[in-house]
Ligand binder design. Structure first.
Ligand SMILES: Nc1nc2c(ncn2[C@@H]2O[C@H](COP(=O)(O)OP(=O)(O)O)[C@@H](O)[C@H]2O)c(=O)[nH]1
Ligand SMILES: [Mg+2]
Length: 469
């Protein structure tokens, strides 16, 4: 991790400014990874500046200011222009303006947005290029020029129409750096590239911002590692889970067997749910508004055929992976039988639709009966015997993690992740399958696990996530 020395001056600060309703708050939200920024359709929602530092382990990497939009730019500019001073004195006039009108509610919004800039923040001027350019923006850009602070412009597109060309021409007169940026879709590469532009704004800032980029990259990598650990642990836990149910009658009834199986399924569902929550927390999305159904892959339950067909291995893949070799008993056999029943039973829809899954969760693991000769008898299920389950479970978690990690904090409302075709092919190939299978075999053996094995499985998952994100 890069080290910011005690003697280093400060961390970089940027004020995000512009006309009302252009996506300023959305941009702050996406760059500060903070979904508590107020975003609204109603212009003028933000009336005071608010600071959003990106903090890692108690240290600030950089700080962004969300500000109200310009309300009376022409009047402010007229006041500034009454003072005929040389360029090196213009910032003093801006300070004088703030001082003079500090108590005047008329210029509240302008003062709120100018204050962080005059305190040393760099300027990020936001425009919406789905609306035509107009002269009214010139007063805003002129005022920003008076502050003398380094500045860049970000072109956002809120709607479909596109006036980028005219905006670029106009912005080029006022800003050294003009970039397009979509706060709703932000990848690591885009994030870093915006920070790199910020580093170019002023020579004295370059080293400082570059250091922040180093911190940010390290932080992102850390989140990947933590996600991999959470996912790896969940797979191990799910495969090794054992559930029991005591019964007192002579023989366990089918109902009792069903009850145990349902309990087992619920334990696995709950592991998935807990894992999702942990992943969301790692990526600072713990307030994510989700569907009432926590397993929200379009209502695709963990044990549904649909889920098996999207995330699970096909018959051929199972054979190639070698998971079907060796002596198979109980639920292991079910794996073959189910394949046939699936065909014979006529799951025409699935087959006609070209869905590759050939087996459903008829049986996850054999139910064993214990204590026949003793007072207390119990049924036991687990560890997982079903060979396809690990891939379905892992696939679902990787899918969820990739969606969460790439979700902009500017996005509001219900998180519904649409299923992508071919997700499995994006992360899983023959080689990796064989590699994973070695671990899955150990996990479902029911034997105690040594930390080294889990750590190397974690590492495997980390590499998959790296490739996916
Ligand atoms: N589709 C879309 N909507 C956006 C984008 N940026 C902002 N919005 C929406 O535009 C509205 C105003 O955004 P906000 O960030 O509050 O703008 P501000 O007033 O400049 O802070 C909100 O409803 C946002 O969800 C964008 O890039 N795409
Ligand atoms: Mg706002």
């Amino acid at each position: 991790m890069p080290i910011r020395k005690e003697t280093d001056l400060d961390y970089p600060k940027f004020a995000v400014v512009g006309h009302p309703n252009k996506g300023k708050s959305s941009i702050v939200s996406s760059l500060a990874l903070d979904d508590s920024v107020q975003i609204s359709d109603t212009p003028g929602t933000t009336t005071v500046k608010r600071s959003f530092p990106l903090t890692v382990d108690g240290k600030i990497i950089y700080e962004l200011f969300d500000t109200p939009g310009f309300q009376r730019a022409r009047q402010v500019l007229a006041w500034l222009e009454q003072h005929d001073v040389s360029a090196d004195k213009k910032h003093e006039v801006v300070n004088a303006f703030i001082h003079t009108f500090k108590e005047d509610p008329k210029f509240n919004d302008e003062i709120e947005l100018l204050e962080p800039i005059m305190d040393g923040a760099g300027i990020i001027y936001v425009v919406d290029a789905s609306k035509p350019y107009g002269e009214e923006y010139e007063a805003e850009m002129e005022i920003l020029r008076w502050t003398g602070q380094p500045s860049m412009a970000l072109i956002n597109h809120i709607d479909e129409d596109d006036y980028t060309l005219e905006w670029k021409r106009a912005l080029g007169h006022y800003f050294k750096i003009v970039r397009t940026y979509n706060p709703m879709e932000i990848s690591l590469a885009q994030h870093i590239s915006i920070l790199e532009s910020m580093a170019q704004l002023k020579e004295e800032w370059t080293a400082l911002v570059k250091l922040s980029i180093g911190f940010f990259e390290h932080y992102h990598d850390e989140m990947l590692h933590r996600s991999a650990a959470v996912v790896a642990n969940a797979v191990y836990k799910a495969l090794s889970t054992v559930e029991t149910l005591t019964f007192s009658t002579q023989n366990a009834s089918d109902n009792e067997k069903k009850k145990l199986e349902e309990r087992y399924k619920n334990s696995l569902r709950s592991i998935e749910n807990q894992t999702q929550k942990r992943i969301e927390k790692i990526w600072k999305h713990e307030h994510l508004e989700k569907d009432k159904n926590p397993l929200y892959f379009e209502d695709m339950d963990l044990f549904s055929e649909e889920s098996a067909s999207v995330f699970g291995l096909t018959r051929k893949e199972l054979l190639v992976t070698g998971v079907t070799s060796g002596a198979l008993t109980g639920a292991g056999i079910d794996l073959f039988l189910a394949g046939h029943t699936f065909f014979i039973g006529g799951a025409i829809g699935a087959i006609a639709g070209g869905v590759g899954a050939y087996f459903a969760f008829n049986e996850l693991s054999e139910i064993k009966v214990f204590g026949k000769t003793l007072g207390s008898k119990y049924l036991e299920i687990g560890p997982m015997e079903n060979r396809n389950f690990p891939y379905i479970f892992l696939g679902r978690m990787l899918y969820h993690t990739s969606k969460i990690a790439n979700r902009s904090h500017a996005k509001r409302g219900l998180a519904v992740f649409e299923m992508e075709k071919g997700f499995k092919e994006r992360w899983l190939d023959d080689t990796l399958r064989k590699e994973l299978e070695k671990y899955h075999k150990i996990f479902r053996s029911g034997k105690a696990l040594d930390a080294k094995t889990l750590a190397s499985y974690e590492d495997l998952i980390y590499k998959v996530l790296q490739k996916l994100l």
